[in-house]
Design a protein around this ligand. Structure first.
Ligand SMILES: *Cc1c(COP(=O)(O)O)cnc(C)c1O
Length: 435
């Protein structure tokens, strides 16, 4: 029930006067699902409270960073201590070195790392570096994978493999994406054909190993293996965009998950963000030493940032990394996440609603299908009216899932078994009244 004065609605109207669409990032506007976005007033643990003071169990967690839940005491303390020493210096600090070491220790494919402020910046810089290091221009990306909003990455597939992609945003000149080849995710034939055609001109192949920007779609093991083999064969750089999956699906990230199935598997470069900042603006890209040493000031590939390695952000990231490295952390997180998806599955099945779900560590996705989709085209066949009724049914009862069917969900260490049980009980009620 909305109160007589809906503060969310009032704030949304005010916001729309001064901020395009009322939001600072499009998905927050609820455009896909309709209705009024919730304006968050505060958050603690697994919950946030909106402007009407209604509480929600939060399965977005700032779109991934809040793996410990909101306001974890050890992280709050680290940030408070850091702030007293100054907000930003634009000069090197010991804490940046500590964070770099902590990242490299956990993701062994990386020899060196550079810290930046957003995933967009990290992915964009990784591509510039791959191009600079190989002296090649072309790149492969996959439909449904999101790598931030840099011009060369806002591309959808063209009419055929021999043609290049088309911009997905106004303001991106076709010339800027003429080197970007867009392929279907998990399509081995297209992958083989693209390398046969363009292999020796390819600077890199960039992919989300588990694509969280089309809900939750894993690269199949044979597909991932072939991406690795073809990049090696043609001298292209394999870049895993682990901005979402990094430290979210496990301590060695998604690449650690694939290394269990593919002997010696490692990307050449990795892009990180979200969890490594613990909710502060911090991201990173890194990889093999020979590649990373091409970056300025050592090499000829330019990249810089006034707030890069910010001392408050690195304090937040380090404290977060420390907590998630405690023994058993991912086992417990994975157990709770599976309890959630299993419970949602039985709620849907009981109500006769088609449903399937998948998860890894603290990241999950569910689909209103009987079987898991393998690519973007299939994800987008979701019955969006049904999804929207599910979303709003849960939202009205205090459960905050992603307001779009192509977004992943996140469980944090702060979600209790009771929170999960409450979510499942709510879902039973909502699914039963969905049709
Ligand atoms: C969120 C995300 C980005 C972009 O990161 P921002 O910090 O939002 O710029 C890039 N790649 C992936 C896989 C992401 O999930």
């Amino acid at each position: 029930m909305q109160p007589a004065t809906d503060r969310n609605q009032q704030l949304f109207e005010r916001a729309r006067q001064v901020i395009p669409g009322g939001v600072n990032s499009p998905v927050r506007a609820f455009k896909a699902v309709g209705g009024t976005p919730r304006f968050v007033s505060r958050a603690q643990g697994a919950y946030f409270w909106d402007a009407n003071n209604q509480r929600y169990i939060d399965y977005i967690g700032s779109w991934g960073p809040m793996i410990l839940g909101h306001g974890h005491p050890a992280v709050v303390e680290a940030v408070q201590r850091a702030i007293l020493d100054g907000f930003s210096y634009g000069a090197p600090t010991e804490r940046e070195v500590e964070l770099a070491e902590a990242i490299l220790e956990r993701v062994p494919s990386m020899d060196m790392v550079r810290l930046v402020s957003s995933g967009t910046e990290a992915a964009m810089s990784a591509i510039r570096l791959a191009r600079g290091a190989t002296g090649r221009n072309k790149l492969i990306k996959f439909e449904g994978c999101y790598h931030g909003h840099a011009d060369a990455l806002l591309v959808k597939a063209g009419s055929g493999l021999a043609t290049f992609g088309n911009p997905t945003s106004a303001g991106v000149p076709p010339e800027v994406v003429q080197h970007t080849i867009v392929l279907e995710y998990n399509n081995l034939t297209q992958l083989e054909d693209a390398f046969a055609l363009h292999g020796s001109d390819l600077a890199c192949l960039m992919m989300e190993p588990i694509a969280g920007n089309m809900n939750f779609v894993r690269a199949s093991v044979p597909f991932m293996r072939r991406c690795r083999e073809l990049c090696t064969q043609y001298g292209a750089i394999l870049i895993l965009d682990e901005v979402m999956t990094g430290f979210r699906v496990g301590l060695s990230s998604a690449q650690g998950v694939y290394a269990k199935d593919i002997d010696g598997f490692a990307p050449d470069m990795t892009v990180l963000g979200k969890v490594i900042g613990g909710g502060m603006p911090l991201a990173a890209f890194g990889g093999k030493r020979a590649i990373m040493e091409q970056l300025a000031p050592l090499g000829s590939v330019y990249q810089a940032g006034t707030l890069s390695g910010n001392p408050v952000a690195t304090a937040c990231g380090l404290a977060t990394l420390h907590e998630i490295s405690k023994p058993g952390f991912y086992e417990e997180l994975g157990r709770k996440t599976r309890a959630l998806t299993t419970g949602l599955q039985s709620a849907a099945t009981k109500a006769g609603v088609p449903f399937c779900a998948d998860s890894e560590g603290g990241m999950f996705g569910f689909f209103l299908f009987d079987t898991l989709p393998q690519n973007y085209a299939r994800v987008m066949q979701t019955d969006s009216a049904l999804f929207n009724r599910l979303f709003h049914g849960m939202l009205e009862r205090g459960i905050y899932f992603a307001p779009a069917l192509y977004e992943a969900g996140f469980v944090s260490a702060a979600h209790s078994d009771k929170d999960i049980a409450e979510t499942i009980a709510t879902a039973e009620d909502v699914f039963a009244n969905l049709r």
